[in-house]
Design a protein around this ligand. Structure first.
Ligand code: MV4
Length: 451
């Protein structure tokens, strides 16, 4: 087993990885920017190395500095967390070339899934259902028009190098197509340096359902059920739950089997998430994420598995110790992403946290690097913590979440806690009746500027 792991991240996920390492008897190295010298992730790790100034491009994305930190401290593996370098195939190549283990998928699989056109073609050929659309990149506006005509409007133009909602253009009618096509191309070129775009039938009211997978280096691939991440604002997830209120055991087992068979054929390694749109009982692949995700705790709470420990064991060549029949989805879990932002305008609210109390009790987990006196720097994302709750039933989970939200204290900054206190009263939320547009629709109707 690794003796020392360098955690190439910050905030709550750096603490999450540190916890798994400590439980496994592995020493840890934190990296940090000059803005994060007083951070909890630095205090809790065994050692720390400053890798650069506040901008992430010069610190948490600074590959030479991070490799140097590994060599100085003698770390034998790197855990990238999520974001930053977690899906950077070039980084994986460099780490590997230095004789350091990257705790994550192989570079080739990261590269494949980063190209949304190649990813879709690959998973389709492996039997995963995809959204009807162009087979590859659109060669011209007239080809785009022909495709849209044959599928029927509305259609969506997506960037091959995009993902996560970046570089999408919806087209409702033939007259909108020429401008949408040229704008999508130009924006893709400007944002990603690659103007390749593809087209899909636009699904009007789907849910976002993603399947968690885990694969060892001995060919065993398991699925750990799904997460419903339909409640999003501007492509940022706000509330995630497992299992999805929309799936039954048969639907879960069927899509899970399709996904594990495909990823077995692909030879996938590590944890991953296969994202689908789900509409009228059908799944349509959209993207695959080759990293540990922010919302992984809801899967941990319903399966009882430690996903980070499993990532580390898999990277070390260990066998997954369970079979698919041992994976049992027990009870229900919901995660609320607590952000430092105004609950009505969503304007970021960095600054000093004066009071901090994390809720506790049975079935309540708070993953956060915050503490009273901590100053949230303005350079990074606004996530202050994740409140994750488990219950035997969805109803028990909701009751516990309501209680935990009332117990949570974060003073000195603005947070979106009031939004969750509102959401948990909405009949559609209580009934699990929502799709990817529910939250934006709800927010647009909310009394502006309230309270
Ligand atoms: C779609 C879609 C409708 N039809 N594709 C947005 C992010 C990216 N991962 C895929 N996205 C979408 N792709 C087809 N063919 C609607 C969305 C979408 C969305 C998806 C998941 C969660 C929230 C969303 C919000 C708006 C649009």
């Amino acid at each position: 087993m690794f003796e020392k792991v360098l955690i190439a991240n910050r905030g709550e996920i750096a603490l999450r990885v540190n916890r798994a390492c400590k439980e496994m008897g592995i020493a840890t190295v934190a990296i940090h920017s000059t803005a994060d010298a007083d951070s909890m992730h630095v205090r809790l790790a065994d050692e720390s190395v400053c890798v650069g100034p506040p901008p992430a491009s010069q610190s948490y994305l600074n590959i030479p500095a991070i490799i140097s930190a590994c060599e100085i401290t003698g770390a034998d593996a790197i855990h990238p967390g999520y974001g930053f370098l977690s899906e950077n195939a070039h980084f994986v190549d460099i780490v590997t070339a230095h004789g350091i283990t990257f705790i994550g998928p192989e570079a080739d699989h990261i590269r494949l899934m980063g190209d949304k056109i190649a990813a879709k073609q690959a998973v389709k050929s492996l039997g995963i259902p995809t959204v009807p659309g162009s087979e590859g990149a659109l060669a011209s506006e007239s080809e785009a028009a022909d495709f849209a005509e044959s599928m029927g409007y509305p259609v969506l133009i997506k960037a091959a190098a995009g993902g996560g909602g970046r570089g999408m253009k919806m087209v409702r009618s033939p007259s909108e197509l020429p401008l949408a096509f040229s704008t999508a191309r130009a924006e893709a070129k400007a944002a990603f340096g690659d103007d390749a775009v593809y087209m899909e039938k636009y699904l009007e009211r789907p849910r976002h359902i993603e399947i968690q997978v885990i694969a060892d280096s001995h060919g065993k691939v398991l699925h750990l059920g799904e997460r419903d991440c339909s409640l999003q604002r501007r492509h940022q997830k706000v509330w995630e739950e497992a299992p999805s209120p929309a799936l039954n055991v048969e639907a879960r087992n069927q899509i899970g089997k399709t996904v594990t068979q495909a990823l077995t054929k692909l030879g996938y390694l590590g944890v991953g998430t296969v994202e689908f749109l789900y509409e009228q009982g059908q799944f349509f692949f959209i993207e695959m994420n080759t990293r540990l995700q922010v919302e992984h705790p809801v899967t941990e709470l319903v399966t009882g598995l430690d996903l980070v420990r499993e990532q580390i064991r898999i990277a070390d060549g260990s066998h997954l110790e369970l079979d698919q029949s041992d994976v049992v989805i027990a009870g229900h879990s919901i995660e609320c992403r607590i952000n430092a932002e105004n609950a009505f305008t969503f304007q970021a609210s960095p600054g000093k946290i004066t009071d901090f109390h994390a809720p506790g009790g049975l079935g309540v987990r708070m993953d956060s690097a915050a503490y009273a006196g901590y100053r949230i720097p303005p350079y990074y994302d606004s996530l202050v913590g994740k409140l994750i709750v488990h219950g035997k039933s969805r109803n028990e989970c909701l009751m516990r979440l309501r209680r935990a939200l009332d117990e949570l204290v974060i003073g000195g900054i603005e947070t979106n806690i009031p939004l969750f206190q509102e959401l948990i009263k909405q009949p559609d939320i209580l009934d699990g009746e929502y799709n990817i547009h529910w939250l934006e629709h709800y927010l647009a109707r909310r009394s502006p500027g309230a309270p």
